[in-house]
Write a protein that binds this ligand. Sequence first.
Ligand code: ARG
Length: 378
Amino acid sequence: MDLPPASAPVRRRPPTNKAVLAAAEVFIRQYATENPDDGDLRRRLAEVTAEVESSGTYEHTPGELAFGARVAWRNAARCIGRLYWNNLIVRDLRHVTHSDDIASECFEHLRIATNAGRIRPVISVFAPDRPRRPAASLLSEQLVRYADDPRSATRTALARNLGWKGGETPFEVLPLLIQPGPGLGLTPEFYEAPEDTVLEVPLAHPSHPGFADLGLRWYAVPAVSDMSLEIGGVTYPAAPFSGWYMGTEIGSRNLADSDRYNLLPAVAELFDLDTRNERTLWRDRALVELNLAVLHSYDQAGVTIADHHTESRRFLAHVDRERRHGRPVPTDWSWIVPPLSGGATAVFHRYYDPEDPDLRPAFIHRPQGQCPQPGSTA
Ligand code: ARG
C-alpha cells in the first residue's frame, strides 16, 4: 500500500448531476427489469430525477439497496463464490454515521456472519457519500486481519501510531481502523474487536500430530472492508461484505506466499521433505499438506469452508444459470482458477465473458488517499 499523507483530507470529486442521473437511470431500469412487481418505473424515474436535480444525489429504497448490493456481488469478476449472490444478507445501516457506531455495527456484522460457525454471507451498508460531503470509511483491509501478517504492515504501524499497544505476539487481531466522515475530525479511530466477535480456528493436520505445534491459526470470516459499493451513481464507501473461505485462500496464499506467512519451508521440514532440489516437488507436497490441514481444521471446528473442487463446480453451475437468464458472467480467469491444482478443477478448461470496468453495481477499490500513512495522523 503506497499512501499519500493524511494531511490531505479525503476529497473525492463529486460527480456532476448529469453523470449521477445517467447512472441512476441505468440502475433504476435494471431494477425494474429484474423486479417487475415492485412499483412503477416511470414514477420512480421522475422521483429520482427531481431528487438529483435538487440535491445532487438520491436515496435508494431498501429494495433497491438490497438488489444493488447483491448485483455488485454477481458482477464481481474475481469471485468464484457467486452462485449464492441472491442470498446475501443486506444490513441497511445508512443512518449510521459516527465511527463509534460504525465500529459496533461492524462487530455485530461479524457475529451475524459467523453464526456459530455456519457462516452466512453478509454486507453492512453505512451512509453514502454526498456531494462535497464524503462519508466515513473503513481503513482496515478486512474486519479481521492479523498484525503480524506482512500484508498488514502499514495498518499495523498506523494502529500503533494511534496508540494501539498490541501486536507483540503471532496472530494478534488488528483493531478496526475507521476514517471518520467530514466534520468529525480527520484523525482515524481504532477499535479493538470484542472477544466474542472473532471466531478463529487452530490448525492441525489429519495425520501428522506435530503440525499443531506450529501454532498456526486463521479466522473464520473473510470480510472485505476496503472497497466502495457503487450503485446507480451513489457511492457507499463503508460497506464491508463477507462470505465464507475457500481453503486455498488460506492454505495456498495467506500462509504460503513468500511475502505473507511464507510457511512452505517449515511445513516441508515437518514432513521431512527433501528441499535441496526443486524436482522433489517439496513445495507442491507442502502446499497439499497445508491445504489439507486447513480444510480438516475448519471441518473439525464446525466452521464453513469450501474446497476448490466443489467451489469450481458451483461456479460453473452459476455460469450456466446466468446464461439461462440471458446475463453475462464477467470473469477474471486468473482469479477464478484456484492457486492449487488449477488444471484439476473444472474452471481451468475454458474462457469466460470479459470484464467490463464500467459495469455497475460493483465493488470498487477505493482510490488511494483514503488511508492515511502512519506517522501523519493529523
Ligand atoms: N482472499 C482473502 C483472504 O484470504 C479474502 C477475500 C474474500 N474471500 C471470500 N471467500 N469471500 O483473506
